[in-house]
Design a protein around this ligand. Sequence first.
Ligand SMILES: Nc1ncnc2c1ncn2[C@@H]1O[C@H](COP(=O)(O)OP(=O)(O)OP(=O)(O)O)[C@@H](O)[C@H]1O
Length: 285
Amino acid sequence: MRLSGVGRRYGLAGPWVLRGVDLGLPRRSLVRVEGANGTGKSTLLRLLAGIDAPTEGRIAGGRPRTAYVPERFPAALPFTAAGYLVHLGRIHGLRRTEAAGRAQEWLSRFGAAEHARTPLAELSKGTSQKVAVAQALLAEPELLVLDEAWTGLDTAARGELDRAVTESVAAGSTVVFVDHDPRRLAGAADTALRVEGTGLVTASPASAGATAGPRVRIEVAGPAGTKLPAGLPGAPVRAAAGDGALTLTVASAHSDALLGALLTARPPWHIRSLSAVPGDHDEAA
Ligand SMILES: Nc1ncnc2c1ncn2[C@@H]1O[C@H](COP(=O)(O)OP(=O)(O)OP(=O)(O)O)[C@@H](O)[C@H]1O
């Protein structure tokens, strides 16, 4: 998919929010979009997701199968959580049993299985957000567009979403995301784009602080004879901690994702302790 000379303004004579945007979205890539408040990040994401159209310019190259998590989820729809996910799954072309299975799987992964039969309007904000994220992930889209999708999720669910994003990209998808936390998926993004003025500039993904900054030490123990899962987020440095335990030292930016990966590994790993590595700056969230 390629944007050529894309511009968007609201209203006939409104100011241009974006103009002259040229952007190609490669497959199997993670793209971070940043920029100050109100600069047009959500506008760009809606154009990429195909739920808004450019005022000028064109988006060519065919529309990939796309799923989108909006900044604000319309929670007042007349469905239960599972009913909504099955409905969305059907819209994405899944058979009912397949959609129901994936709905259950994603609600479980996000720790919301017990709310499957709860009407959307009665869900807490956090659980609503889990449903918003699940509806996008169960579609296994080629293009996944996440607008502040981590906001409102608890720590375990944020880690699970980090993991799901990493898995999607590994499976060949393009994931485009905005998040207010500059450390979100730090070091994992292939491209960082910044909305400046009405244009897009390439920002260094390293600006997300992948290697510098505070680190966290996590002491973990796995079931006897189990090896650490491969490809853990943040490539933690490992050391034996005696008694069969290990310490994993990782940039704080990756600690949520790492904890999520360990807790949701099959079989899961036990987290014994978590501490800031001495000598770090006191800026960990
Ligand atoms: N539907 C709309 N109608 C009119 N103006 C809009 C609409 N959506 C966005 N805008 C305006 O377009 C500009 C860019 O908004 P947008 O939400 O895309 O920015 P953003 O960078 O995502 O903001 P934030 O960081 O606050 O989420 C803002 O001035 C906003 O007021």
